[in-house]
Design a binder for this molecule. Structure first.
Ligand SMILES: [Zn+2]
Length: 115
């Protein structure tokens, strides 16, 4: 970004001798910088999304709940791990559309595994 400031200072120093191509060169540098910032923001956004997902999984592990999405209406709701039997399978009813579907705990297992 200081590189851009240098270019703007260079324009100022030219005073009345500044040409259109001088200005265009600086504008091109500005556009390049903006594109770079845009890329950085997209990378940060992806990382924040990943952290958000991890945090959500961690919260669920800590609070003993798993988040479930209804396959029918896509509404998310939580089920307590304690409600899931040893078999790891549970029929749950969507609180929104009342569709009953089966879930399996194996994706959310957080304890009892020996490597
Ligand atoms: Zn539903």
């Amino acid at each position: 970004m200081s590189n851009l400031m240098d270019k703007v200072d260079m324009l100022k120093s030219l005073g009345d001798n500044v040409t259109l191509s001088d200005i265009v060169r600086v504008l091109e540098a500005v556009v390049e910088e903006l594109n770079s910032i845009k890329l950085t923001i997209n990378n940060i956004k992806e990382q924040v999304d990943a952290v958000d997902t991890d945090l959500s999984n961690l919260e669920n592990a800590v609070y003993g709940e798993i988040e479930i999405e209804c396959p029918n209406c896509n509404v998310s709701f939580t089920v307590s791990i304690e409600d899931i039997p040893e078999s790891g399978n549970l029929n749950v009813e969507c609180p929104n559309c009342h569709t009953i579907f089966n879930i399996s705990l194996e994706h959310w297992e957080t304890e009892g595994t020996d490597d």
